[in-house]
Ligand binder design. Structure first.
Ligand code: PEP
Ligand code: MN
Length: 360
């Protein structure tokens, strides 16, 4: 797919002076619920009202959505509030029904993006559409799958494309419901700088009190918009209760976010600088996380050495590591002096860790 400025046209045409906001409940539950939320979101920054009609649940036996009936409710939302509407589609039948009911924005969910078969089926059903189509990242941290889905839809001649970053599933528990892995979103942005990218802090955090920070980070990283699950009674929502916010909280979040606009040269400079700094923050965070992981392994070795009663310092092994790292550093433009200093510091910290274990 060529990287063309036209990728942004649909977003530029909205002429917003703030990030694009898509909000509404995780699931459409009843007609009253949908309309009540929609009326509370009318006259806010929200341009697109979202509601899941078909809900892909990880385990069966939970609320799986109201189905096509909910599309009629979205039509009422549009007629009564003037907001445009958005829903998730997961197969060709959904696409057909959503188009028949004039839904304005369709998104492909994380559990669909993982399957090239289903993405192709959706792309074929949408061929040539003038609706907006957004592709959520796949549940697993695989950039190629995400890119592949973008390419399949672009090839189906869908012009109004974009992506949604909703975080990635991990085996290890983290403070997030879905780990953001910001570096993947950054990499996608650098491959397609003009493809609009929306952040979904609701599914990343899984918790409403973390939504603001993730939203701010996304804006600092130059994201174009936010999708935030909103419900008048979040606690009693039929799905994703812990992560939904009320319409008034959403309005407050939008007020508090620092939004950088590219107006003049100075602003453009600041914008570029902030963006690069946000990138550095993401990478620094990864460095610390990796060093922490390294020390966990070192501790494991310390325990083994204690059992076997062998000495901590194994200089042959250490010289091998240093030699290999100096060579690898060269490939990445890192000087020998720097590599030696850095690894000596890491080595010292490892020795300190192991000494503690052995003295125990
Ligand atoms: C949703 O948006 O409600 C949803 C099911 O999201 P995801 O595909 O990101 O899990
Ligand atoms: Mn949800």
């Amino acid at each position: 797919m060529e990287n063309k400025k036209e990728l942004r046209t649909w977003l530029d045409d909205l002429q917003l002076d703030h990030p694009l906001v898509i909000a509404g409940p995780c699931s459409a539950e009843t007609e009253e619920q949908v309309l009540k939320i929609a009326h509370e979101l009318k006259d806010t920054d929200v341009s697109y009202f979202r509601a899941g009609i078909w809900k892909p649940r990880t385990r069966p036996g939970m609320f799986e959505g109201v189905g096509a009936l909910g599309l009629k409710w979205l039509q009422r939302v549009k007629a009564e509030t003037g907001m445009k509407t958005a829903t998730e589609v997961a197969n060709a039948a959904h696409v057909k029904l959503a188009l028949e009911h004039d839904v304005d924005l369709l998104w492909i969910g994380a559990r669909s993006t993982v399957s090239p078969f289903i993405v192709q089926e959706i792309a074929d059903a949408l061929e040539g559409t003038d609706k907006i189509v957004l592709i959520k990242n796949p549940v697993n941290p695989d950039l190629a799958l995400w890119l592949g889905a973008v390419e399949r839809l672009a090839t189906a001649n869908i012009k109004k494309l974009g992506v949604i970053h909703r975080g990635f599933s991990t085996y290890e528990k983290t403070k997030y419901r879905n780990n953001p892995e910001w570096q993947l979103a950054i990499e996608l942005q650098s491959k397609f700088p003009d493809l609009p990218i929306i952040n979904d802090p609701s599914h990343i955090t899984g918790k409403r009190d973390m939504i603001f920070d993730v939203s701010q980070k996304a804006l600092d990283l130059n994201f174009d918009g936010l999708m935030i699950e909103t419900h008048f009674d979040p606690e009693n929502a039929w799905s994703d209760a812990a992560q939904q916010v009320t319409p008034s909280v959403l309005v407050q979040i939008m007020k508090d976010l620092k939004i950088r606009k590219e107006t003049d040269q100075e602003a453009e400079y600041n914008n570029a600088l902030n963006n690069l700094r946000a990138n550095i923050d993401v990478i620094d965070h990864q460095i610390i996380e990796l060093l922490g992981k390294r020390m966990n392994v070192v501790d494991g070795i310390g325990t083994l050495k204690r059992q076997k009663n062998v000495s901590i310092l194994q200089s042959k092994r250490w010289n091998e590591i240093l030699g290999a790292m100096v060579l690898e550093g060269q490939d990445h433009g890192l000087s020998e002096e720097f590599i030696l200093k850095m690894f000596k510091a890491i080595h010292q910290e490892s020795i300190n860790h192991q000494e503690k274990i052995i003295k125990k």
